[in-house]
Design a protein around this ligand. Structure first.
Ligand code: TXA
Ligand code: MG
Length: 337
């Protein structure tokens, strides 16, 4: 057991990481649970603290493009353009790994997921270390990702020595993962904090999005079905319709930009009163946690238009749905992350 400390001291975080300890770090997407990616013992501690199955690989975080080059075999021309346009930022690239990256980090896969987070504290931390950081989201496996240091503390207190406090995550959704299939075509493996529209603008082409129906195994990036899930059952659709179909008693509503007129305000959260998807993304996980703590029978969440970050928000809400949890419990095709 640790006395978990929350503070902003980069040197302290770096010292712990050099000793092989696991430290929670802020990023612009969500908080990560970081350890020395080149040290198997540190990586094992990450899996343990999160209670994550070791078949599910970890993203490697670096502070420089030069480092990325040493961790992969090659970067396709399109990858170079994406690095140039979006790193540091909410983008992860899935590339053939070099021998430097241990098999434990990639769960035995020949590909490594790499990203350069855009957060001043974490960039400074990464640049002060001579090794990269393996880091999954800093939630217990299966739960919603944390977007504040307090979220991390609430769930991992005692399991890790230190949480580097970088405030509220400004993007609020995990990074978008792009990789290449065997035919060399670029694909979106996980929709996330960087919209597909922005990616396509830089690529000058359409990018197919892999859905979990197409994914052949849970090892495929971001494709575990039940992820980001609250304990409270959640249904997705039009909240007014869900209220009238499934009942108002002990229900909570999570809407996009406006309150539902004839329903108690205290039982509602509006993701983006300003109507911006970015605001909705930033609030999503905090509001889900908040509603999850409210002893509700059910959460009715509004489905957003499938555009911009609305697509990634819908993706997370779909994975949070009750049916997925049931499938998981029945030992069906659902996997928990
Ligand atoms: O924004 C983010 O990406 C956050 C912050 C902390 O950087 N990290 C994050 O990590 O969301 P995690 O572990 O919660 O989700 C990473 C996803 C998982 O679905 C994992 O299976 C996939 O990426 N992944 C990681 N490495 C992979 C690899 N080598 N091959 C295939 N999938 C991989
Ligand atoms: Mg995660």
């Amino acid at each position: 057991m640790f006395q978990t400390k929350i503070s902003t001291d980069i040197a302290r975080a770096a010292a712990l990481l050099r000793q092989g300890e696991v430290v929670a770090i802020p990023t612009e997407t969500v908080y990560g649970l970081a350890g020395n990616a080149l040290d198997d013992q540190a990586v094992v501690k990450i899996f343990e603290a999160k209670n994550r199955p070791t078949f599910n690989p970890l993203i490697v975080h670096t502070g420089s493009v030069e480092q990325i080059r040493t961790f992969v075999q090659e970067i396709p021309p399109l990858g170079e353009r994406l690095i140039e346009a979006f790193m540091p930022g909410p983008l992860t690239l899935l590339l053939p790994k070099s021998d430097k990256i241990p098999d434990l980090v990639t769960a035995g896969s020949g590909k490594v997921a790499i990203r350069m987070p855009n957060h001043p504290l974490t960039l400074a931390l990464l640049r002060s270390l001579d090794f990269p950081l393996a880091a999954p989201s800093a939630n217990p496996s299966g739960y919603i990702s944390p977007t504040t240091a307090q979220h991390v503390f609430d769930q991992l207190q005692g399991k890790i020595p230190y949480i580097l406090d970088g405030g509220t995550c400004q993007v609020g959704l995990e990074s978008t993962i792009v990789g290449w299939n065997e035919a060399g075509e670029a694909l979106v493996y996980r929709v996330g904090g960087l919209s597909v529209e922005k990616l396509e603008e830089v690529c000058g082409q359409k990018l197919p999005i892999l859905t979990h129906h197409e994914a052949k195994s849970p090892q495929t990036a971001g494709q575990l079905l039940s992820h980001y899930a609250p304990e409270t059952p959640l249904m997705l659709g039009k909240p007014e319709l869900l209220l009238s179909t499934y009942g108002r008693e002990k229900a909570a509503c999570l809407t996009f930009d406006s309150l539902i007129g004839d329903f108690p305000e205290a039982q509602q959260r509006v993701l983006a009163p300003d109507g911006n998807y970015a605001t909705a993304a930033r609030n999503l996980f905090a509001f889900l946690r908040d509603l999850d703590a409210g002893n509700y029978r059910i959460i009715y969440a509004e489905e957003l238009p499938e555009e911009g970050l609305g697509r990634a928000i819908n993706d997370r809400l779909r994975r949070a749905r009750f049916e997925n949890k049931l499938l998981g419990k029945a030992g069906g095709e659902a996997w928990e992350e």
